[in-house]
Design a protein around this ligand. Structure first.
Ligand SMILES: [Zn+2]
Length: 118
């Protein structure tokens, strides 16, 4: 399962971040998943929750922001959201579309709890 290895690498990245930044506890991990990333958000969520059981991240919330596909027309310059994977400009019908968003697969933020200062 593809998502399991991705969840594992997100988990390891978060642990490394906690160590580097000396974070006591991360309460939420937020990630961005683009529609073209090939990742099923539900499966990723499920995998992450399974991994963090009995780990330093147990109880940590996992929030996925799904990013739709955004394209920019190379003919008329119009930027638009690509629906149903139709890579065709809604204004001039050109098929020359540059994908500007939709491949994201990244940690967007970490929410920290119990820092004890500031
Ligand atoms: Zn166009």
């Amino acid at each position: 399962m593809h998502e399991l290895s991705i969840a594992q690498s997100i988990y390891e990245t978060v642990l490394r971040e906690m160590e580097i930044r000396e974070l006591a506890e991360v309460s939420t991990v937020g990630v961005r998943v683009g529609a073209l990333s090939g990742v099923m958000a539900d499966a990723l969520q499920f995998s992450f929750e399974a991994i963090v059981i009995d780990s330093p991240l147990a109880g940590c919330k996992f929030t996925i922001e799904e990013i739709p596909v955004h394209g920019s027309c190379q003919s008329c310059g119009k930027a638009f959201v690509v629906k149903d994977f139709l890579f065709c400009c809604p204004i001039c019908q050109s098929g020359q579309i540059e994908v500007t968003q939709g491949y994201e697969l990244e940690i967007a933020y970490l929410e920290v709890r119990g820092k004890g200062e500031g």
